[in-house]
Ligand binder design. Structure first.
Ligand SMILES: [Zn+2]
Length: 257
């Protein structure tokens, strides 16, 4: 075996040490997966693959457990992004004994909490479609969610927004990942209208979450969060409040009914 092979081995080892296979990206409904510990330090535990979503895009990181072969469990109280691309750091409860690299575990999220976060996160996509005006910020928390809109005056009608939102939820629209091309975007500018994050131009195509069928698009966003499959799964919601956050900024807070 020549020196070239050694370099490749080191390279692949380093890559696998830094990157995590993101199971939630392909399957947001995966509640657990077998995994191997690739690192553990004061920041947290890194696995070769995970169902734990790390804090990002306004969605909180998952909580849950890492179950060891002995049956013991390490409680995970938060999940955050690491320094490398697609690196996920599982934050153990204070005082937890850290597992050695190579340890086989089963990573299990607190599914009830994650499902509530997925429902609320997906609900905010619908809110983007209901309220005119650019989105300037947002945050999902357990049971609630908020979006900030760049809209002047106090023209927002709380009851009307709630009614329209619940109508879209109850209609049972599909929520699916899609690839759209630059040509499709150019031909249908209305697709971009509600996007709070503009897709990068010139990339050829961009992966977006689409609410509604191909010919009845309700919302399109480039989004790395986790989503339910159908809007009916969100369930009834209320508009908890609409706050003034500056002259042009209105914060709409949504809660489960
Ligand atoms: Zn999303």
């Amino acid at each position: 075996m020549g020196p070239g092979f050694r370099r490749d081995d080191d390279y692949f080892f380093r890559k696998s040490d830094e990157m995590t296979e993101l199971v939630f990206r392909e399957d947001a409904y995966a509640r657990s997966c077998p995994a191997r510990v690739v690192g553990a330090d004061e920041r947290g535990i890194r696995l070769d693959r995970t169902v734990f979503y790390p804090t990002g895009g306004g969605q909180p990181g998952d909580t849950g457990i890492l179950r060891l072969a002995s049956g013991e469990a390490i409680a995970i109280v938060d999940t955050v992004k690491g320094e490398g691309p697609d690196e996920v750091v599982h934050v153990p409860a204070p005082g937890s004994a850290l597992p050695a690299p190579g340890t086989e575990v089963t990573a299990e999220i607190d599914w009830e909490r994650r499902h509530r976060l997925m429902r609320m996160h997906s609900c905010l996509h619908l809110l983007c479609a209901v309220v005119p005006g650019a989105v300037t910020g947002g945050q999902v928390s357990d049971g609630r969610g908020r979006l900030d809109f760049d809209v002047p005056g106090s023209s927002l009608d709380r009851e009307a927004i709630a009614a329209r939102l619940n109508e879209l939820i109850a209609a049972g629209h599909p929520v699916t990942p899609r690839w759209i091309t630059d040509e499709e975007l150019a031909a249908r500018p209305e697709l971009v209208r509600t996007m709070s994050v503009k897709p990068p131009a010139g990339a050829g195509r961009v992966r977006v979450m689409a609410v509604g069928g191909a010919d009845a698009v309700i919302d399109l966003q480039p989004c790395g969060g986790t989503h339910i499959r159908n809007t009916a799964e969100i369930g009834p919601v209320t508009i908890a409040k609409i706050e003034n956050k500056g002259r042009q900024n209105r914060r709409i807070v949504v809660a489960f009914a």
